[in-house]
Design a protein around this ligand. Structure first.
Ligand code: SAM
Length: 218
């Protein structure tokens, strides 16, 4: 079976299992995940699992990318911050959802992975994604405030700069915890008050940097 057919099947299965919105379903169906994974994992690109991308990191499982997109309620024109670019797959799915009027600022700690994403995304026409090498646990002030923020590595707690850089009325999705991790939905109301909700237990690589884990135990 060719990659397009496999991707369509996976997107259809996720739509049914997760009750995906049409917009998220179409984005998952469109973005060629096999072009974001290392050559040796290409044949597994449409298995719903994380895969190694080098440097001890992973490309997230498609179901997790889809769920995070749904939880963020991404809209055309949103200004979005992604912490943890990896090879750029999740950013491409988000770029589909925010459209040409929107923007994805994606920050990656490991410069070699940022280089991979910088090669992958423009080659597929995603010119609404800007990749920055740096410590995303501090957010990225020059492009703040953000309508939506999502973090693809688990933090010890919600980093204060990320709360500050979220727009009033904005939403953040972030995994928090070490051996036991929870995906949190964080909402900031118009007055700047914060409301947190636990979505479910999850499994992510650890967040590094100033507001990340100082020593990685797991
Ligand atoms: N977004 C990716 C995808 O498309 O599937 C998944 C990324 S992977 C699960 C998490 C990424 O977060 C890794 O590439 C890791 O290097 C990065 N990371 C960890 N701590 C970071 C930090 N403080 N700032 C930026 N990136 C960080």
């Amino acid at each position: 079976m060719d990659y397009d057919k496999k991707r369509e099947r996976l997107a259809e299965r996720l739509k049914y299992e997760l009750n995906l919105s049409d917009r998220v379903y179409k984005a998952i169906k469109k973005v060629p995940r096999h072009l974001f994974v290392p050559e040796r994992y290409k044949t597994e690109a449409y298995v719903d699992t994380p895969l190694p991308i080098g440097y001890g990191q992973t490309i997230s499982a498609p179901h997790m990318v889809a769920i995070m997109c749904e939880l963020l309620d991404l809209q055309e024109g949103d200004n979005v911050l992604e912490v943890g670019t990896g090879c750029g797959y999740h950013a491409a799915v988000v770029a589909e959802l925010v459209g040409k009027k929107g923007k994805v600022i994606s920050i990656e700690y490991i410069s070699e992975l940022a280089e991979v994403a910088k090669a992958n995304l423009p080659a597929l026409g995603y010119d609404n994604v800007v990749i920055i090498v740096g410590d995303g646990s501090k957010g990225y002030e020059p492009e703040a405030p953000y309508d939506k923020i999502y973090v693809t590595a688990s933090a010890p707690d919600i980093p204060k700069p990320l709360i500050e850089q979220l727009k009033p009325g904005g939403k953040m999705v972030i995994p928090v915890g070490d051996t036991v991790q929870w995906l949190l939905i964080v909402e900031k109301d118009e007055k700047g008050n914060i409301k947190k909700k636990n979505w479910s237990s999850v499994r992510f690589v650890p967040l590094r940097g100033e507001y990340g884990f100082k020593s990685i135990r797991y």
